[in-house]
Design a protein around this ligand. Structure first.
Ligand SMILES: NC(=O)c1ccc[n+]([C@@H]2O[C@H](COP(=O)([O-])OP(=O)(O)OC[C@H]3O[C@@H](n4cnc5c(N)ncnc54)[C@H](O)[C@@H]3O)[C@@H](O)[C@H]2O)c1
Length: 353
């Protein structure tokens, strides 16, 4: 029997989830969708021939016997919609970031446990071939003991617009939007060590930088707002210490006066350093410095890896494969983000318990 699917929040990223479900053929049937902007829900339903359309998730969950939902709303509604679905006995794939903060994330994790249903997070970067190859390099001992890493996601002029700068809807700026991808991915590659303390700083010197937004690149929100609010940080930097002694340095911005945007993860070990961007090992050979370029195709491919994510979700729901992004990793991530924001506000290092 096909898994019955519902999509909550029918904006930009919901399309990527739909492509994933379409790719699963007759294993799934997308039977319902909803958006608080009913026009958007109707458009989405028409685009994908989805028979049942709603302006809220409660009616959708009550009137359809769903097996799984994707939660693709703005961040402020992730917790509410996820808990509603889990309480209705439905498995959930929730977009990143898991929630607005760790308290909400814990509520969601608890709801999943109580319902005995799967809550998977949309950490799509975990699905990339680059992540798998980096993990393999560490497992093979090519990097040695990993004791330092850098996660960088800097945009020169890349505020996505819409609700992304409105703290009440987003929970924060580039840290919670972009940082979440690279912090999670780096921690995942490092074997998910437990974070113990964080020192962070945030800035809002450039703000939305509307004047040159057109040149920004990156994800643009589909939700059009007349005058977008911008009350979040435009730059966040942080140092995260793990219980194995390793440290992760993070830099992430919507707007920053640098020459070119950067998206890279660098892992530094006793035998070699590794850059995901260059796909290169930096090491030594016979008392000489040596750089080893890995020539295979190890890219993260957005559409393909979204399909992998949705497939992994369906596989995990059906017990065919383990879930690659469980709720507990989302909770840990939200604890890190909370600690960065608290440290930035207090100027002090924050312990994570
Ligand atoms: N994984 C990725 O690479 C990636 C990329 C982009 C966005 N995202 C995430 O996806 C989510 C959505 O982003 P987007 O760019 O698609 O936003 P969007 O503005 O295009 O769409 C969000 C939609 O959610 C709807 N919504 C809000 N509250 C709702 C509720 N309670 N019930 C039903 N619908 C509700 C809005 O009306 C809107 O149509 C965000 O959490 C974002 O961080 C992830």
């Amino acid at each position: 029997m096909a898994l019955k699917v519902g999509i909550i929040g029918n904006g930009g990223i919901a399309n990527s989830h739909m492509y994933g479900y379409q790719d699963l053929g007759d294993r799934v049937e997308v039977v319902a969708c909803c958006d608080i902007n009913f026009d958007k829900a109707k458009e989405f339903a028409a685009r994908y021939s989805i028979p049942n359309v709603y302006d809220n998730c409660y009616d959708m969950l009550r009137e359809n016997a769903l097996d799984i939902v994707s939660v693709c709303t703005w961040n402020a509604a992730h917790c509410e919609c996820t808990v509603a679905a889990l309480n209705a006995g439905v498995n959930v794939l929730c977009e990143k970031p898991m929630a607005m903060n760790a308290a909400e994330a814990l509520k969601m994790e608890e709801a999943a446990k109580k319902a005995g249903k799967l809550l998977m997070l949309g950490f799509v970067r975990r699905q990339g071939d680059d992540a798998a190859r980096a993990i393999e390099l560490i497992k093979n001992g090519d990097i040695g003991e990993v004791y330092y890493a850098k996660a960088t996601y800097l945009r020169r002029a890349g505020f996505p617009g819409g609700w992304f700068g409105n703290k009440a809807l987003s929970g924060g700026g580039p840290l919670i939007d972009l940082g979440v991808h690279v912090i999670d991915l780096t921690r995942y590659i490092m074997g998910c060590p437990k974070p113990v303390s964080v020192y962070g700083a945030t800035f809002d010197k450039l703000g939305a930088r509307d004047s040159i937004r057109a040149g920004g690149g990156g994800w643009i929100s589909e939700t059009v707002v007349d005058k977008p609010v911008f009350d979040v940080e435009d730059l966040a930097v942080a140092m995260i210490r793990f219980d194995n002694g390793a440290v992760l340095q993070v830099e992430t911005s919507f707007n920053l006066n640098l020459k070119n945007g950067v998206g890279d993860i660098e892992i530094f070990g006793t035998k070699a350093g590794f850059s995901m961007e260059q796909f290169e090992l930096h090491t030594e050979k016979d008392h000489e410095l040596a750089d080893i370029q890995l020539k295979g195709d190890h890219r993260f491919v957005f559409d393909r890896d979204f399909k992998r994510e949705v497939k992994n979700f369906a596989d995990a729901v059906e017990g065919i494969a383990p879930c690659m992004a469980p709720a507990e990793d989302g909770v840990t991530l939200m604890k890190i983000l909370d600690a960065v924001y608290l440290s930035a506000a207090t100027g002090k290092s924050v312990d994570i318990l």
